[in-house]
Design a protein around this ligand. Structure first.
Ligand code: CMX
Length: 133
C-alpha cells in the first residue's frame, strides 16, 4: 500500500464538527460531498499529504449511524491508497481478509474504494482506495 490516504472520523453533525476541525488543523474544509450509496455526507481537510474525512450519517441504516449508536463519535476507519485496487483486493482475499464488497465502489473524493472487515484486522475498519483518473 502506498500511504495512509485519509482517516475517517464519525461525527453526529458536520455543522458543529467542521468549525472544530478547521480550528484544530488550522486549515479550511475544502470539500463537502454526499455519498448516496453509503448514506453519508463527507467533509475533507488536507493535512500535508494525508486527509481527514468527517462522516455524518444521512439515514438510520447508514454504517455511520450504527457506529455512532454503538461506539459514539471517533475514528471510524483508516484508508490506504493503492496503485491497483483490483490487484490489491485479489491479494487481500488470497491472504484471507474479508472484503466487504466484491468489486470496488465509487466513494467520495473521486475514488474507487473497498472496505476490509474489522474482525480480521484487530478491530480496525480498513479502506483501500485508488484515485479515478
Ligand atoms: N471499526 C471497528 N469495528 C467496527 C466498525 C468500525 N468502523 N463498525 C462496526 N464495527 C464492529 C462492531 O463493533 C461489531 O463488533 P462486535 O461484533 O465485536 O460487536 C462488528 O463490527 C459488527 O458490527 P455491527 O454494528 O453489527 O455492524 P454491521 O455488521 O452491520 O457492519 C461493517 C459492520 C464494518 C461490516 C459495516 O459498517 C460496513 O460494511 N462498513 C463498510 C462501509 C462503511 O463503513 N461505510 C461508511 C463510510 C463510507 C465512506 O467512507 O465513504
Amino acid at each position: 500500500m502506498l500511504k495512509v490516504e485519509h482517516i475517517g472520523i464519525a461525527v453526529k453533525s458536520l455543522e458543529t464538527s467542521i468549525p472544530v476541525f478547521e480550528k484544530l488543523l488550522n486549515t479550511p474544509c475544502y470539500k463537502q460531498e454526499p455519498v448516496a450509496s453509503e448514506n453519508v455526507i463527507t467533509a475533507f481537510f488536507q493535512t500535508g499529504e494525508n486527509k481527514i474525512e468527517l462522516l455524518e450519517a444521512t439515514a438510520p441504516e447508514s454504517a455511520i449511524a450504527k457506529f455512532l449508536d454503538k461506539k459514539g463519535e471517533g475514528i471510524h476507519h483508516i484508508a490506504f491508497e493503492v496503485a491497483d485496487i483490483y490487484a490489491e483486493m485479489d491479494r487481500l482475499r488470497s491472504e484471507g481478509f474479508i472484503l466487504l464488497n466484491e468489486t470496488p465502489k465509487k466513494g467520495a473524493d473521486n475514488k474507487l474504494i473497498c472496505f476490509v472487515h474489522p474482525k480480521n484486522t484487530h478491530g480496525v475498519l480498513i479502506e483501500i482506495c485508488q484515485e479515478i483518473r
